[in-house]
Structures are given as C-alpha cells and as structure tokens.
Design a protein around this ligand. Structure first.
Ligand SMILES: [Ca+2]
Ligand SMILES: [Ca+2]
Length: 199
C-alpha cells in the first residue's frame, strides 16, 4: 500500500511539471485603425544631413542664424492601402513653430532676404517631385507666431533655376517673383509677377 501511494504521488508531480511547461499561445493582435500612417523613408537609403538640414538666415529676429530640419514625409494610406497624402514637417533650431507642408514628398529650404523689413528673413520651400521637369516653390514668412505663404511659382527645374534670384524685394510690402511658363509658341518664358505682402 505504501509503495502504491508513493507511485501516485510521483505521477501527480510529473503531471504538474508537464502542465507548467506547456507554452502559452499569444493572442493575435487586433488592428484598431483603418488608416495607417508611416514615414516614407522606411525602404529608402538613409538620407545624408545635406538632404535634410539647411542653414538659413535669421527667421525669428534674434540676430542668430537658424537651421531648418526636414523630417521624412508622413504617408497617409486609405483603407484600401492606397497612398492618399504626403505631409512634410519642417522644424527649426530656434523657438519657431514647425512649418507643415501638405501634398509634398519632400524638398529643400533656402534662405532669402527680409522682404518686409520686420527683421526676420523669409524662406523658400522647393517641392521635390516624382517626375517631369516641372516643379514649384513657395515663399514662406514667419510673423505673429505663425507661418504665412506669401506666394508660389512654377519652375522648369531641368534647367538651372536659381531660386533665390527669383524673389526680389521692391518695397516694404511688395516683392517680385519670377516663374517659368510655356508660351503659346512652345518656347519657355519667364514671367514676372508683383506680390503684395499681406499677413
Ligand atoms: Ca534666429
Ligand atoms: Ca520678414
């Protein structure tokens, strides 16, 4: 009888050990989103600082040269996983809010002069594009704690563009912007346009 009790006891220990070593299957994760956001550089080669960091002028009027940083674009997919939108965010080394550019896969920032004599330099954002020789850029100004798009212009960037020379101050509240356009005779022309600054 004593031997039988010992055997039963050992069997119970064996069963307990077997149960404790049985792996617990993890529960499958459930998706909570119909839209998926991700940055676009996941599959791309790593960008160099020259592609994402830009020394610009003094955009906040503290007499210190500022730097702009372009983050990888945010890609927004719809529920069918089609790319619906790209959004670029530009941050700055100084205490200035980020500049958000919609419908852009990326680009670069250039410093231009202070167009309206408020002690803060304006900047140019040049849109990168997927194909074709046509692109565009826009003039942005920081004032009253926000960014203002003052103007934009189309350019034929298969030729040398010279962006900064395309924005020229005329007076305290006006500047001239030069853009490229195809004329009726299919010859490329440059057109000048006067922009009045309104903020
Ligand atoms: Ca500054
Ligand atoms: Ca200014």
């Amino acid at each position: 009888m004593k031997r039988f009790v010992i055997v039963i006891f050992l069997l119970l220990i064996l069963v307990q050990c077997t149960i404790s070593q049985t792996p617990i299957e993890p529960k499958p994760a459930q998706s909570q989103f119909t839209l998926i956001n991700e940055t676009a550089d996941a599959d791309n080669e790593e960008e160099s600082p020259a592609d994402t960091v830009f020394v610009i002028g003094d955009i906040n009027g503290d007499n210190i040269t500022d730097t702009a940083f372009i983050d990888p674009p945010l890609v927004i997919y719809d529920s069918l996983m089609y790319e619906r939108e790209y959004i670029v965010t530009i941050t700055f080394s100084c205490n200035v809010p980020a500049l958000v550019i919609e419908n852009s896969i990326g680009g670069f920032v250039l410093d231009i002069t202070d167009l309206d004599d408020d002690g803060k330099d304006e900047i140019i954002y040049v849109y990168e594009w997927l194909s074709s020789c046509w692109g565009h850029f826009e003039v942005q100004s920081y004032s009253n704690n926000r960014w203002y798009k003052l103007a934009d212009a189309g350019v034929y960037w298969c030729d040398e563009v010279g962006y900064a020379s395309r924005v020229n101050k005329i007076s305290k509240d006006k500047f001239e912007i030069i853009e490229d356009a195809m004329g009726d005779d299919a010859i490329m022309k440059q057109k000048k346009r006067v922009v009045k600054i309104r903020k």
